[in-house]
Design a protein around this ligand. Structure first.
Ligand SMILES: O=C(O)CCC(=O)C(=O)O
Length: 271
């Protein structure tokens, strides 16, 4: 490892992750790095818009039509790939999962003012990592809070199973772009996760999480997201192949039947 993490208490990060299913590494990325990520995706938005992800939004007035998600940018952009494989993320993942991670996905959400959020879900329903689960590393590019739709997570939900989803219904669809939702089990409650630019939230693939709409008039809620798994996995949904080792080389494993892009209407197999 080339980089030490003197500003992050890795033991505390791991202990919090194990207790709640998620933990934040505050200030993991510098302001220069945050600016580089932001600039990279402004360029992608301006010059390579056709590479944005099609979430099926067709209303030209919808902020998600104007600023769609970018999914798997590491497959066409070297800077996105470099940040997905960044040594500070690798170090945190190694400590949290206790073995060599592999990258499964990168994403960028602009979440422009007025954009809908993403309904509550568990990532491993989509990634279908087996054995084990996936783990997200969600880096705030802007200051995020309730108003612009910060992440919301259910502490302790990582100890439960992957739950069946339900059709999201009209009310949830008005506030999120998702067609399906995972209901929060009785006795559990989601907490909001306000973050500063450069903070990275690590969360396990069974943790129920999502986000509300961006209710602000003029504040984007941009985030760069990597998803990972322990390198000893056997299978993953085809959508995520080829995986990428942290040294940048491709890594093929067997593909699962089903799964797919997180947030799409997959109600599939529960295991
Ligand atoms: O950024 C969001 O609103 C949701 C992101 C998410 O659910 C994920 O990365 O798994």
């Amino acid at each position: 490892m080339t980089q030490t993490l003197s500003h992050i208490d890795l033991d505390e990060l791991k202990a919090t992750y194990e207790r709640d299913g998620f933990a934040v590494a505050r200030g993991l990325f510098s302001m220069e790095e945050v600016a580089e990520i932001k600039e990279t995706f402004e360029q992608i938005h301006q010059n390579e818009f056709s590479k944005s992800f099609d979430d099926g939004v067709r209303d030209p007035n919808d902020p998600l039509f104007q600023y769609p998600r970018v999914v798997h940018p590491h497959r066409f952009n070297a800077t996105a790939r470099r940040y997905m494989l960044h040594p500070v993320v690798q170090k945190c993942l190694e400590v949290i999962i206790g073995e060599e991670p592999v990258a499964t996905q990168s994403m960028y959400y602009f979440k422009a003012p007025g954009a809908r959020g993403q309904a509550m879900h568990q990532d491993n329903l989509y990634l279908l990592v087996d054995p084990g689960t996936c783990i997200g590393a969600w880096t705030a590019i802007d200051k995020v809070d309730r108003e612009n739709g910060c992440m919301m997570l259910v502490p302790g939900s990582h100890r439960g199973n992957i739950l069946c989803q339900e059709d999201a219904g009209e009310t949830v669809r008005r506030e999120t772009f998702s067609g399906a939702i995972t209901r929060i089990p009785k006795g559990m409650k989601a907490v909001e996760m306000p973050m500063e630019p450069g903070d990275t939230l690590f969360f396990g693939g069974s943790v129920i999480h999502g986000s509300g709409p961006n209710r602000s008039k003029d504040r984007f809620r941009r985030s760069f997201i990597g998803h990972y798994a322990a390198g000893s996995l056997d299978k993953i949904s085809k959508f995520y192949l080829p995986l990428v080792r942290m040294d940048g080389t491709d890594y093929e494993v067997t593909s699962q039947v089903g799964g797919g892009a997180c947030g799409q209407d997959w109600l599939g197999a529960v295991h």
